[in-house]
Design a protein around this ligand. Structure first.
Ligand SMILES: NC(=O)c1ccc[n+]([C@@H]2O[C@H](COP(=O)([O-])OP(=O)(O)OC[C@H]3O[C@@H](n4cnc5c(N)ncnc54)[C@H](O)[C@@H]3O)[C@@H](O)[C@H]2O)c1
Length: 525
C-alpha cells in the first residue's frame, strides 16, 4: 500500500495515539510533526512559542512539513493542531495524501489534554473556552479534508480502521472552507446514500428528484433504501429531457417540498443526469432561501461535469441555462454501476467532457484516455472510474480557484462556444450536448491553429481521440454564418468579445479575449 495519511485536529483529538494505532495496522512507522519540530530546533513547542511567537513557530513548522511531504517513506504523519490553518500547507496535504481531521466534543478534548501542560495555547484561566475558540477559529480549515472523524468513545484501533476505510474509498475533495464536500467515485457507492443523508439531512424531509428515464431503475431503489431506513422521502418524477428543464418543472419540486412541510433541515436529492441535477440544485438553492443538496448522478456527463461545482440552472426561451444560481452540494456519489443502463450514445456524449478535462489537465491524462479509449466505449468499470476521478479532480481544482467563474473556471468552457452555437442552431434537440462539445473542440482547435496557440498536430491528436471514442468530428458543415451567429448571443460574451478558450498542447489551454467578428471570421476561413 503506498497511500499516505495526515492526521489533523485540535489538541486532545488523539492524533498521535491514532497514528500509532494506524502504524500497527499498516506495519509502517508513524511520524509526528511537533516532535520533528522539537528535534530540529532542540526546543520544546512551548519554548518555541514563547521565544519566537506563534508566527515564528508556524514558519518552522511549514518548512519541516514541506520536507516531510517530499519523503515518500513518511506515510503516516500526525500534524500540529494548527498546521492546516496555513492554506498552502493544507492544499499541499490534500493533494499529497489523505488528510483526516479528528474531532471531539470540548469535554472529550479537555479530558484528554487535562492540565494543559506543554500546550501553550491552553495555558489560560478557562481552557474549555480556549478550546472552543480555537476550534471555532479553525473550523473552515479543519473542514477541508478527506474525512472528519469523531473520536468520542471510540478506541484508537476502531479509529485506525475507519481511516483505513477512507483511504480505500479515496474520496475526492472540493475544498471550499466550511462548504467543503466530497465526491465519492466507486462501483456500489450508491449504497452509502443512507449514511450520507443521516449526516447531512438529520431528521429532515428528503425530496428525491428524478426523471422518467431513471425513475424505474435507480431512483426507485434509492427511495426504497431511504424508506427502509425510516427517512421521510418525497418523490418527484419529472419528464425526461432538456425540453423539460424549465421553471414549470422546478415549481413541481418546490410544491412537492412545501406541501410535505419541508423546513430548513429539508434536503433535496437529485437522482439522474445533468437535467435533473441542475433543476434539483436550482430548487434546493431557492427553497426557503437554500436547503441542503445531494447528487447521485446517473449519466457519465453528470458525474464528470454537472454534479460537481455548484452551478444550477434552467432554460428560458431565449436560451439554455439563462436563469440559475451557485449552490454547492453536500455530497456527490458517482456510482459507475448506474451507467450500465445508460445508452451508448449518452455514454459517448459524456466522454466528450472527459476529453475536455484531460486536455485541460495535461499530457498524462490525455495519454490515459488514448490508452483506455476502447475500454471507455465498452463501459468497463475500472477505466470509467479512472476517467470520472480524473475529470472530477480537475474540476475540483478549478472550482476551488474560481468558484464563481470570474477567471480560470472559464477554461471548462473549452469547445463550448461553438458547441453551444451548434446546439442552438439545432434547436437543442438535433445533437446531444456532449456531441456538440466534441464538434466545438474540433472548431476550437481550428481557431487556435489560426491564432497560433495550437499546432496542426495537436489538432489532429484531439480529432483522433474523439474519433476513437465514437464522437462526431466533422465540424465544417456546421461552420456557416447562420450557426455562428449564435456566438454573438453567447451568455459568456462581454462588451462584444467572447472569452475564447484556446487549446494548445495538453495542459496549456488559455483564455483569449476575441471580438465576435474575428472569431467568426477565423471559423469561416
Ligand atoms: N451545472 C453544470 O455545471 C453543468 C455542466 C454540464 C452540463 N450541464 C447540464 O447537463 C444537462 C445534460 O445532462 P445529461 O447529459 O446527463 O442529460 P440528461 O439529464 O437529459 O440525461 C440524458 C437521458 O438519459 C437518461 N438517463 C439518465 N441516467 C440514466 C441511466 N443510468 N440509465 C438510463 N438512462 C438514464 C435520462 O432520463 C435522459 O433521458 C444539460 O442540461 C446541461 O446544461 C450542467
Amino acid at each position: 500500500m503506498s497511500e499516505r495519511v495526515f492526521l489533523s485536529g485540535p489538541m486532545g483529538s488523539g492524533k498521535t495515539a491514532v497514528a500509532a494505532a494506524l502504524s500497527d495496522l499498516w506495519q509502517t512507522p508513524a511520524y509526528d510533526l511537533d516532535a520533528l519540530v522539537e528535534q530540529r530546533t532542540g526546543l520544546a513547542i512551548a519554548e518555541l512559542f514563547r521565544t519566537r511567537g506563534e508566527a515564528g513557530f508556524r514558519a518552522i513548522e511549514r518548512e519541516l512539513l514541506k520536507e516531510q511531504l517530499a519523503l515518500p517513506d513518511v506515510r503516516i504523519l500526525s500534524l500540529g493542531g494548527g498546521t492546516v490553518v496555513d492554506t498552502e500547507s493544507r492544499r499541499a496535504l490534500l493533494s499529497t495524501g489523505t488528510l483526516i481531521t479528528l474531532t471531539g466534543t470540548t469535554e472529550t478534548l479537555l479530558r484528554r489534554v487535562r492540565s494543559g501542560k506543554g500546550r501553550p495555547l491552553l495555558d489560560v484561566a478557562n481552557p474549555a473556552k480556549a478550546i472552543e475558540q480555537i476550534v471555532a477559529l479553525r473550523r473552515a480549515a479543519y473542514a477541508e479534508c478527506h474525512a472528519q472523524i469523531a473520536t468520542d468513545e471510540r478506541t484508537v484501533e476502531e479509529l485506525a480502521q475507519a481511516i483505513d476505510r477512507v483511504v480505500t474509498e479515496a474520496p475526492l475533495v472540493v475544498p471550499l472552507g466550511e462548504r467543503t464536500y466530497r465526491v465519492e467515485v466507486f462501483p456500489g457507492v450508491r449504497h452509502e446514500l443512507v449514511p450520507r443523508l443521516r449526516t447531512h439531512a438529520p431528521g429532515g424531509v428528503v425530496v428525491v428528484v428524478t426523471d422518467t428515464g431513471v425513475d424505474d431503475s435507480w431512483a426507485r431503489r434509492a427511495r426504497e433504501s431511504l424508506e427502509a431506513a425510516s427517512l421521510t422521502c418525497v418523490p418527484v418524477c419529472l419528464e425526461a429531457g432538456e425540453a423539460h428543464k424549465h421553471i414549470g418543472s422546478v415549481e413541481r419540486i418546490w410544491d412537492a417540498a412545501l406541501d410535505a412541510g419541508v423546513d430548513r433541515d429539508g434536503f433535496v436529492l437529485a437522482v439522474g443526469g445533468g437535467v435533473v441535477g441542475d433543476m434539483a440544485a436550482f430548487a434546493a438553492s431557492t427553497l426557503l432561501r437554500g436547503v441542503g443538496l445531494g447528487q447521485l448522478p446517473t449519466t457519465l456527463l453528470s458525474m464528470v461535469d454537472s454534479a460537481v461545482g455548484g452551478k444550477t440552472g434552467i432554460d428560458r426561451r431565449q436560451g439554455k441555462n439563462l436563469v440559475g444560481t451557485f449552490h454547492q452540494p453536500k455530497f456527490v456519489l458517482c456510482d459507475v454501476e448506474t451507467l450500465a443502463t445508460l445508452p451508448l450514445a449518452e455514454r459517448r456524449a459524456g466522454l466528450a467532457e472527459v476529453v475536455k478535462s484531460a486536455w485541460l489537465a495535461g499530457e498524462a491524462e490525455v495519454c490515459m484516455l488514448e490508452r483506455a479509449a476502447q475500454a471507455l466505449v465498452d463501459g468497463e468499470l475500472e477505466a470509467t472510474s479512472d476517467a470520472v476521478r480524473m475529470s472530477v479532480q480537475l474540476k475540483a481544482k478549478i472550482v476551488t480557484e474560481d468558484e464563481l467563474e470570474t477567471g480560470s473556471r472559464a477554461l471548462l468552457n473549452l469547445g463550448h462556444t461553438v458547441g453551444h452555437a451548434i446546439e442552438a442552431q439545432g434547436g437543442f434537440s438535433a445533437l446531444r450536448h456532449g456531441e456538440a462539445v466534441a464538434l466545438g473542440m474540433v472548431a476550437a482547435f481550428k481557431l487556435a491553429v489560426r491564432l497560433g496557440t495550437a499546432t496542426q498536430e495537436q489538432a489532429e491528436r484531439m480529432t483522433a481521440l474523439l474519433r476513437a471514442l465514437g464522437l462526431p468530428t466533422a465540424v465544417e458543415p456546421h461552420l456557416n454564418p447562420a450557426t455562428l451567429a449564435y456566438i454573438g448571443s453567447d451568455k459568456k460574451r462581454r462588451a462584444g468579445k467572447v472569452r475564447f478558450i484556446a487549446p494548445g498542447a495538453p495542459g496549456k489551454t488559455q483564455i483569449v479575449p476575441l471580438s465576435v467578428a474575428d472569431a467568426v471570421g477565423h471559423l469561416l476561413a
